[in-house]
Every structure is written in C-alpha cells, then in structure tokens.
Design a protein around this ligand. Structure first.
Ligand code: ATP
Length: 503
C-alpha cells in the first residue's frame, strides 16, 4: 500500500498534476500546487459537482463569499472556542500527533479484524451467510466491535468534558505506540486551535484581528436571508459554494489528503424544523450516488455514521473512500439543526428567519449540509485511476483511467510522421475540436510511445493522422482503456468524443 501511494505522488509530479509548493525552497509542509494537468482535473471535478448540485436542482443556487469574514462570525460559529485538535507529543521521537487520530486508527484495526472474520465466514457459508446475524452473534466479532465502540465513547467523553488526562490514559491503556518509532513515551494531551489568524488594516491601533475561514459554510449562513429574499427562494432550498478554506493542521501528512490550504465544495440545505431527517437521508443517498456515478467501484465507498456529534449537529455521517492508506473521510453530511442561524442572530442582533406565507409566521430553518473536500476528491479519483496493466505480449503499461468526463485533455492528435503534410492535417483537426474540448498535439517520438504517454496522462482518446488520411479524410481513434483502434471519418470525431466526455 505504501508503494502504491508513493507511486501516486510521483506520478502526480512527473505528469504535471501536483507539485510541492515553493519546491525550489524545498517546499512548504502540507501545501501543494496544482500543475498544468492538475488544474484541469480539479476544475472538472468542481464543475461536475456544481452542475449536479446547482444546475440540476431548481431550488439550489450558488454564491462565492469572501475568504475574510467579520471576526464575530467565528465567535458565533463556535470556531474560536471549539475548533481544536487534541495533540500529543512523543517524548522520544519529538513527533506530534492528533490524539484522536491515534485512537481512531487503533479502532480501525479492530474494525479490520472484525471484517476479516466476516470475510472468512462468508467463504465458509457461501449463500447461506447472514451477515447481520453473524455480526451480532459471533463472539470474536462482537468483542472487536464492542471494544471499538467503548473506546470511541470513552474518547468522546474525555474530549467533550475537557478531561484530557482521560484521553492520555486511554492511549496508555491501549498501548498505542508512535506509529513511526514504536515508542510509548507520551506527553499530556493539549488542545490546539486550528484557525489561521491575520490582521486587517495597517495601523497598530486600528488593525482588526481576522481569521482565514476554516470552512466555507459560514459565508452561506450569513448570506442566508440575502439570497432567500433576492432569489425569492422557498423552503426547502439550498445554497452551494466552492472555495478555499484554511486550517493549521498539525499532523498534515498523506499528500493532498490533509492540507493547510484546501478547497471545499459545500451545500447548505434549509428546511422546515422537523423535516431535517428526511432531507438528511435524502442527501446521504444522493451524494453517494454522485460518487458512484464516477465509476471508481462501489466497493471503495462506505458510510460512517458518527457516534460522537459535533456541537452543532443532531446527525452526521461521512462518506469514506478507500484511499491508498485505507478508508478515510471524503465527504461529510451533517444535520446542523438551527445552530448556526440562531447563533448568528444572537451575535448580530439581526433576524435570520424565513417568512412562511402559508402559515403567516416566521421561523429559523434547520440545515442539512453536504461538505466535500475538492482535493480529497482529486486524490480519490487520481489514486484509483492510476493502474499498472500487464498486456497480452507480457509488457506493462501505466494508464491513468480517469473518468473521461474529468480528464484534463480529452484527445491528443498525433501525426504518424513529421512530414508529408500530416502535421498540417493534425493541426486542422485541432483547430476544429478545440472549440469544444481540451485537445493536445504531439509529434515527438514513435507513435507507440506517444500512446503510452497519453495513457499515463489519462487522455481518453488518441487520434492518429496517417497517409490514408490524405486520401479519404479518415483517421484512427484509439481508446485509452481498451486500446482498441477504429478507423473513422474526421467529421465524426466531435460526436464520438462528445458522447464519452460530456457531463
Ligand atoms: P477530518 O476529520 O479528516 O479532519 P473534518 O471532519 O474536520 O475532516 P469537515 O470539517 O467536515 O472535515 O470538512 C468537510 C470536508 O473538507 C472533509 O470531508 C474533507 O473532504 C475536507 N477537508 C477537511 N479538512 C481538510 C484538509 N485539511 N485538507 C483537505 N481537505 C480537508
């Protein structure tokens, strides 16, 4: 698994998807730059999300709020007081970890043990296997799962009550060791606020302390009434937004999975109090379907219903994805109640209520949120797409099987040779296609090597211009995944590509 992940990171760099930030100065930890192909893939994921959320829903509209917000926003949202990570240091290695992540990783191992038993039993019992019954009756599985539950509950109660010594005691009791060195010599657990502070204004007296937003959601809440009134929106309705968020993550490893500057795609859905559970279930299912529509494999997704809820939520679930380092959160779906709007009402003194014409009364709506990290989406797509294939002749090829709809370049146009007028025809084809698609031109190296290069870049189609093209205006079109080549007329190209890549 480590090797797969290393491969993902080096492929991302070698093929112009992701570079470490400020690399000439040896980089900046947990900050990355999207390169020439990465920026296209990222844009396409964003558009795919936006289209499915905003364009396809009559009752969802978008906004683009500023990154800077009035500092009281973060007092009201609870981020000043409660946006903390519990940290623990290893005294020997001097490495710093999130105490909750150490404990969760321990629980993940228990879950995997239970999963192994389940798989074994599936093999033994075949069709007669009843998973639900097995989970509740097999003594080993029951033990693993109840231990996991007990540990998570103890951790939650320690964190919620502020009894951080209980959290440390739990780590010691479970014998959790530094994942890198194996040492069990821990410091106490401390809380650390994740928001980046900055200042607005130049003069020392009048400068205002600001934060870089740690989530995009608050820009939606403070604009709730503006949008509702000017858009004449009726409940239920949603507001969507994509944009940068910043968190001073302490344990920021795992490439673009956990960054200090990242992008979120969030949608807040405003509903009548009492109806939130219906919409919570609806959005859980709808969002999972969206992920599945990319075709990366159903087995790579699972729900994780939260036992420990954030201060603002009455139900929460993650959609987890099978990253190269295991199942981890990709998206969160949260029933946030009226916590945020009420808090902003209190702190601003302004009403944030919906006037219901039918009942002639006002109320503060409840909110169901869907929140997905764009960079994590990128990593999920990129890591599953990257494959090593052994071909019939025994040779191998590296192919990036990106969903065509997301691929940065949709087609590469290749003149078979650099003479006889073939490059000119290839250029003409590009002139035609570039109005609709990102297309690339490549004339360097033998055509087989160019195919391999486009495979590794994730380009769904290669269009090759040869001498026959000069006679009958046909070309070959090669499909990335099957490597099948068809002879088609130049006039058909647009339709063939469009059918495969359109959203
Ligand atoms: P985690 O538990 O992994 O820290 P979270 O529960 O704090 O994540 P949310 O606050 O629910 O995350 O944020 C919503 C989404 O934003 C997450 O599902 C994730 O995809 C993304 N996200 C959060 N933090 C980061 C980060 N540091 N880098 C990249 N993406 C992030």
């Amino acid at each position: 698994q480590d090797d797969i992940f290393k491969n993902v990171i080096s492929h991302a760099k070698e093929y112009g998807y992701i570079f470490p930030s400020s690399e000439i100065y040896d980089g900046l930890s947990a900050v990355y730059d999207y390169a020439q192909n990465g920026v296209e893939l990222k844009k396409n994921i964003r558009e795919y999300w936006w289209k499915s959320m905003v364009q396809m829903h009559e009752n969802i509209v978008g906004i683009d709020a500023a990154i800077f917000m009035h500092p009281t926003t973060w007092k009201a949202s609870g981020h000043v007081d409660a946006f903390n990570d519990p940290l623990i240091d290893n005294k020997d290695s001097k490495k710093r970890y999130r105490a909750d992540v150490l404990i969760e990783d321990y629980c993940e191992k228990l879950w995997q043990k239970a999963q192994k038993e389940i798989e074994k039993a599936k093999g033994r019992f075949g069709d007669a296997f009843n998973e639900e019954e097995f989970i509740t009756t097999n003594p080993r599985v029951v033990e693993y799962l109840s231990k996991k539950k007990e540990i998570l509950e103890r951790m939650a109660s320690g964190l919620d009550s502020g009894n951080l010594e209980d959290v440390k005691a739990l780590i010691e009791e479970l014998g959790i060791a530094d994942p890198e060195t194996g040492s069990k010599n821990w410091t106490d657990v401390r809380q650390f606020n994740l928001m980046f502070g900055t200042k607005l204004g130049a003069s020392a007296d009048t400068a205002m302390d600001l934060y870089l937003r740690p989530e995009t959601a608050q820009g939606i809440f403070v604009n709730f009434l503006n949008v509702q009134k000017t858009g004449r929106m009726k409940i239920p309705f949603g507001i969507a937004q994509t944009g940068k968020a910043f968190r001073n993550e302490i344990v920021a490893r795992q490439f673009i999975f956990r960054m200090r500057e990242f992008e979120q795609m969030e949608m807040q859905f405003f509903v009548k109090p009492g109806e939130e559970m219906t919409y919570y279930e609806y959005w859980k299912e709808t969002r999972l379907k969206w992920h599945l529509s990319l075709g990366l494999g159903k087995e790579n997704y699972r729900f994780h219903d939260h036992e420990k809820l954030a201060h603002y939520a009455n139900a929460a679930a993650d959609i987890e994805f099978n990253f190269p380092f295991g199942f981890k959160e990709l998206e969160g779906i949260h029933s946030r109640t009226d916590f945020d709007l009420k808090a902003h009402e209190q702190h601003s003194g302004k009403k944030l209520q919906f006037f219901d014409n039918e009942t002639n009364s006002s109320y503060v709506p409840y909110v169901v949120e869907t929140s997905v990290g764009l960079d994590r989406m990128f990593l999920s797509v990129f890591s599953k797409a990257l494959q090593e294939e052994t071909l019939e002749d025994g040779s191998t090829r590296t192919v990036l099987k990106l969903p065509s709809v997301l691929a940065p370049t949709k087609a590469a146009v290749l003149p078979l040779v650099k003479k006889d007028g073939l490059p000119e025809v290839a250029r003409e084809i590009i002139e035609e296609l570039k109005w609709d698609f990102n297309v690339a031109y490549d004339e360097k190296d033998a055509v087989g090597r160019r195919y391999r290069r486009q495979d590794a870049l994730g380009t769904p189609f290669c269009i090759t211009v040869d001498h026959q093209t000069l006679e009958d205006k046909t070309v070959t079109i090669r499909h990335r995944d099957t490597m099948q080549q068809d002879r088609v007329s130049i006039t058909e190209l647009r339709n063939i590509i469009n059918e495969d890549v359109s959203m």
